[in-house]
Design a binder for this molecule. Structure first.
Ligand SMILES: C[S@@+](CC[C@H](N)C(=O)[O-])C[C@H]1O[C@@H](n2cnc3c(N)ncnc32)[C@H](O)[C@@H]1O
Length: 407
């Protein structure tokens, strides 16, 4: 069997997500016509889809696709959606007592809104099941057993069953300290992958805030599934067609790959003692506190605290100077960051920065011998940002994420 699936991710890192999913077993559909934030493919079994949702670090959701088609952008588009949803034999996937709910994401210009799509699709499911069985399928908006996704982008509509749940996968379940400008862990994981960081290499985040980059790096190195700390929130566990599947057993099997004893050289610094305490709390909760060293330090002072060329990777999220702090100070921090990277990175070192102001780093980097290897435009919350990857010498890995080009 081959099941069509859709994964959603942060816009701009589709190629990185596709590469990760492919390594986990997804057969990728052609990416030429890919829509922003989507990765499409097929998978050999629905349990495999559950495994990918549980394991992958660079996705937000995974959906088993039951139908897709073209819709109009006018109010008639709602009739198109109704017909598309009603075309599915829902009674085959829902038991009479299964409570469902429809959620929709809409991108582009339409004369209708997401709640209209949800209402129309819900009605189509109720009508279809009533026609086939005479039974009225229960709807539950809060904690349904089955979450139906209707994703609309322009004139394209995809309908399927969500394997993840209300909370997308950037909610990892380990964050006990909330930094006011915390990085989305999905982006943090993508940055670590883009750096081609290897667990034996030393990695520094000199403005680590609540420690997201380092916690993600540690979990990646230890092969801990990204869903490990939110096991009970996955909706695939309550899907009626998995009634005979023992997910406790399967999750245990998937967790067995983790190597909790692996020590990796990770270092985090921040000028704020409060954030460093918070980062330690997050690392503690994520069970990786034993492999990350923390220190309170101003960025500019770090070259006095470490010998030159100590680190192979420097991955960081400097202040944007948009909502917190001043743009002038943020610009100065970007400049200092490059000087610190110049002193502390080894000869094959890589610098990965997510910034709202790529020009602040890209203009200086060549003068310090850093060449831009890759850049992707992403959304950091609702702010446009760029992930820029620099290396001291050109990297020569054959098929790493460095080959991925900006979307
Ligand atoms: C955007 S936040 C990083 C958020 C972090 N990635 C997370 O997920 O929590 C930027 C951090 O840089 C720190 N910072 C700003 N200027 C600094 C400096 N000169 N030296 C060290 N840290 C600095 C701030 O305290 C803040 O925690």
């Amino acid at each position: 069997m081959s099941y069509p699936v859709l994964f959603t991710t942060v816009r701009g890192i589709e190629a990185i997500a596709a590469q990760e999913l492919q390594q986990l077993g997804l057969r990728i559909a052609s990416q030429a016509s890919e829509r922003k934030g989507w990765v499409r493919g097929t998978i050999g079994s629905l349990v495999e889809l559950a495994r990918l949702c549980y394991t992958a670090r660079t996705i937000q959701r995974g959906v088993w696709v039951l139908a897709e088609g073209t819709i109009r952008r006018t109010m008639e588009g709602l009739q198109d959606i109704y017909d598309l949803v009603k075309g599915i034999e829902w009674q085959e996937w829902l038991l009479p007592e299964t409570a469902f709910c429809v959620r929709s994401n809409r991108h582009g210009r339409h004369l209708f809104q997401s709640p209209d799509i949800e209402r129309t699709s819900g009605q189509a499911i109720v009508d279809k099941i009533r026609e086939r069985t005479g039974h009225r399928q229960p709807v539950r908006l809060d904690q349904p057993d089955v979450l139906v996704r209707v994703e609309v982008t322009g004139e394209h509509c995809v309908v399927g069953i969500d394997f993840v749940g209300e909370e997308a996968l950037h909610r990892r379940g380990y964050r006990v300290y909330d930094h006011p400008a915390a990085l989305n862990p999905v982006l943090a994981a993508a940055m670590v992958l883009l750096a081609q960081w290897q667990p034996h290499e030393s990695l520094l985040d000199p403005m680590c805030g609540s420690g997201t980059v380092l916690v993600e790096a540690a979990l990646l190195a230890r092969s801990v599934p990204a869903g490990f700390f939110r096991k009970n929130q996955f909706l695939f566990r309550s899907l009626p067609f998995f009634a005979k599947t023992d997910f406790d057993e399967l999750l245990l099997e998937w967790d067995m790959r983790a190597d909790w004893n692996l020590r990796v050289p990770l270092f985090g610094a921040d000028v704020s003692p409060k954030h460093i305490v918070g980062a330690q709390q997050n690392a503690d909760r994520a069970l990786v506190a034993d492999t990350i060293a923390w220190g309170v330090s101003n960025l500019a002072d770090l070259p006095q605290k470490f010998p030159p060329k100590t680190f192979q990777c420097l991955i960081t999220n400097p202040p944007f100077g948009v909502r917190l702090g001043s743009p002038a100070r943020a610009r100065e921090t970007h400049r200092t960051l490059l000087q610190v990277a110049d002193e502390l990175l080894s000869d094959n070192g890589r610098l990965v920065v997510i910034t709202h102001h790529p020009e602040w780093v890209e203009t200086i980097a060549p003068y310090l011998g850093f060449s831009l290897q890759h850049r992707c435009e992403v959304l950091h919350g609702d702010l446009p940002a760029t992930i820029a990857v620099f290396s001291r010498s050109k990297l020569s890995t054959p098929a790493g994420p460095m080959e991925v080009h900006s979307s």
